[in-house]
Design a protein. Structure first.
Length: 654
């Protein structure tokens, strides 16, 4: 939207003539008061604004009247009366993107067309909407085969003190047959919720559960997106995991999660990029470098290159066809996308090296349609194909503008595949290298940090029964961090990179609780080790003892299952080889031997020879008692008289 402010200098004769003409105009006036932001400034330092908010149709067909809706905002401190609205127009049809730009920038002169009386009083800080119609007979615009086309229009609101205005575009169509050219609108389909992911390490707490309702909501949103863009001439290039299939539009593939190919190219990560690409389309989010384009070509991607950086070698009065080649150094097929039309859909018109012009919703639609008519008018009998790109975070205004453009009678809706399979333009193009930085893109250092964080996550995750699933989910979240969507939130991406590795609390959730000094008086025994698992899920760990010398050895570590939120006593076998005081390091690891908990030191007093000494002493005491008894028995001699044999036999017979 471009607004112009000028002094109200009009001759009385011109005003009378305009009023007389207005009496024969078919004028329909619809006024609605709507609140606006309170105006703090006075009329001396705050200009009123006029905005064209609607044009009845994007294309004015032969014989149709022109209906416009405007919004007048009083930014001053006093009421304003709008006496009339004057319609001005571009003197001739726009024949280039530059002529459209000049009109919207307020450079091109305007020609008076008609006036409509208003008598509209606008209070301070208020906005009034006004709709009026200009009969076609007062629109002196040619509709012949070679004279129809886009024209700029301007509405001026005349008050007692000022004249404020707004400009937009309209295409006066022809009733003669036209030769349509093939065109497609490329629409990226990306799950924007990627940037709302929780850090991966939250998975280790086993407190987060899948939100089925959220998933359903996401699927519904994606389905609505696909349905809204399911139009002939649309090429939807989507993340392979993006749900929904259009019935009419073509669907091709972006890299998985819309991975930032430019960033991977800068980091030299070709092998990693191959994991995201499968017959994918290269759709740069910003002006690409030749290095990035070569990288994408090595990945065998379909190349889309903005024509703002891929210009014809020779000066031309027309825009050549989209299908071309680029030397990498071998000639490689590429599609040059129309940068000016694409910028209009994005609401920021950029033509050549001129600064961008902000476009509101209606201007975005009208300018995009006008630029598409310019392309046809440049060479009416040469149907040169066009590819226009919608930016990744496009809104409803972009959709309405794109579909209005595709519905224009001079366009034949097509697709990227059809354009890629068509005839290549013979116009030679040269790539223009830019020095623009990848704002917000992931760096090589970030990629290294992701790998390191994911490795730490895996070490701890594998102690859980569902460790494999946790690692897979964390790896998936790590892949999402490569999405172009994170360019808009690099600090959020950094937080998620940090969140790949377990937190300090998670790394100390499995702890060893050693007791007071343990006395060991035997050569073989088992040391009682208390291990606490603070996780809300059970874990399988291995308890290791690291002894500093040969006086105490732990033959093998002990695998143990630790229940959730509990303390378990683990008996670890040890063998003593001598006596002394030994400090034993107790560690808890996963099955691969990676530390997963807080270690501790156990103090052990080893007295392995005490058992032998005790045995010898007791055995000696027993032997001494036996010998003493034996000696005493011998010394005391017999205690009864001997029995004769005959007496013994007689006694037994009784």
């Amino acid at each position: 939207m471009r607004r112009l402010r000028m002094a109200a200098v009009r001759s009385s004769a011109a005003r009378v003539a305009a009023m007389l003409m207005a009496t024969v105009l078919m004028a329909t006036v619809l006024m609605t008061a709507v609140p606006a932001a309170p105006a703090a400034a006075t009329r001396d330092d705050a200009a009123d604004t006029l905005t064209i908010t609607d044009v009845s149709e994007p294309v004015l067909e032969v014989g149709d009247d022109l209906t416009l809706t405007i919004a007048y905002t009083n930014n001053g401190s006093e009421p304003v009366t709008v006496h009339e609205f004057d319609l001005f127009a571009q003197s001739s049809t726009a024949i280039s993107d530059t002529s459209v730009y000049y009109w919207m920038d307020g450079v091109s002169p305007a020609r008076f067309i008609a006036s409509v009386p208003a008598d509209m009083r606008v209070l301070p800080g208020r906005t009034m909407n006004h709709t009026f119609t200009i009969d076609r007979e007062y629109l002196p615009w040619a509709t012949a085969e070679f004279t129809w086309g886009p024209r700029g229009i301007e509405v001026r609101a005349v008050t007692d003190s000022d004249t404020v205005s707004d400009r937009t575009m309209i295409v006066a169509a022809t009733d003669h047959p036209v030769t349509p050219y093939p065109a497609t609108v490329v629409v990226p389909g990306v799950d924007r919720s990627i940037v709302a992911d929780d850090p991966a390490n939250i998975l280790l707490s086993h407190d987060a559960s899948d939100d089925d309702n959220a998933d359903n909501t996401g699927d519904s949103s994606a389905a609505a997106f696909v349905d809204s863009w399911d139009h002939d001439g649309v090429t939807m290039i989507a993340d392979p995991r993006f749900p929904g299939r259009p019935a009419t539009a073509e669907r091709l593939s972006l890299p998985m999660y819309d991975a930032d190919i430019a960033a991977l190219a800068d980091a030299g990560r070709l092998a990693q990029a191959q994991e995201f690409v499968d017959e994918s389309v290269f759709l740069p989010a910003s002006a690409p470098s030749l290095k990035t384009i070569e990288f994408a070509a090595d990945l065998e991607m379909m190349l889309l290159i903005p024509d703002a950086v891929f210009k014809p070698v020779d000066a031309l009065t027309y825009t050549p066809g989209a299908l071309t080649t680029i030397a990498l150094p071998e000639e490689t097929p590429a599609i040059a996308t129309h940068s000016a039309m694409s910028s209009a859909l994005a609401g920021n018109l950029i033509v050549g090296d001129f600064p961008g012009l902000e476009l509101d919703t209606i201007d975005s639609r009208q300018v995009a349609v006008a630029l598409s008519a310019v392309h046809h008018r440049q060479r009416p009998n040469d149907p040169r194909p066009v590819a226009v790109v919608v930016k990744r975070d496009s809104d409803e205004a972009a959709r309405e503008a794109a579909l209005a453009m595709l519905d224009a009678p001079w366009i034949e809706p097509s697709s990227l595949s059809q354009i890629a399979g068509g005839e290549r333009s013979s116009v030679k193009r040269a790539f223009v290298e830019t020095d623009a930085l990848l704002q917000g893109a992931i760096s090589a250092e970030d990629l290294d940090r992701i790998e390191a964080g994911l490795a730490e996550f895996e070490k701890l995750a594998m102690v859980f029964e569902d460790g494999g699933e946790l690692v897979a989910e964390a790896a998936d979240r790590a892949d999402r961090l490569l999405s172009i969507a994170w360019r808009a939130d690099p600090s959020g991406r950094n937080a998620n990179i940090i969140g790949l590795a377990p937190t300090q609390a998670q790394m100390t959730a499995i702890t060893v609780n050693t007791s007071s000094t343990i006395n060991m008086i035997s050569e073989s025994s088992a040391l009682p080790i208390q291990v606490t698992n603070e996780f809300t899920a059970a874990v399988d760990v291995v308890v290791h003892l690291d002894t500093p010398d040969i006086r105490l050895e732990a033959p093998a570590p002990v695998e143990v299952h630790l229940p959730a939120s509990a303390t378990t006593t683990v008996s670890v076998p040890v063998e003593a080889r001598g006596s002394g005081n030994v400090d034993v390091d107790v560690m808890v690891t996963n099955a691969a031997g990676d530390l997963v908990g807080s270690p501790d030191t156990l103090h052990v007093r080893v007295r392995a020879d005490w058992e032998n000494v005790g045995t010898v002493v007791i055995a000696g005491l027993v032997a001494a008692v036996f010998l003493i008894g034996l000696i005493r028995s011998i010394r005391d001699g017999r205690r009864s008289e001997p029995v004769e044999p005959d007496d013994f036999v007689a006694a037994t017979r009784r």
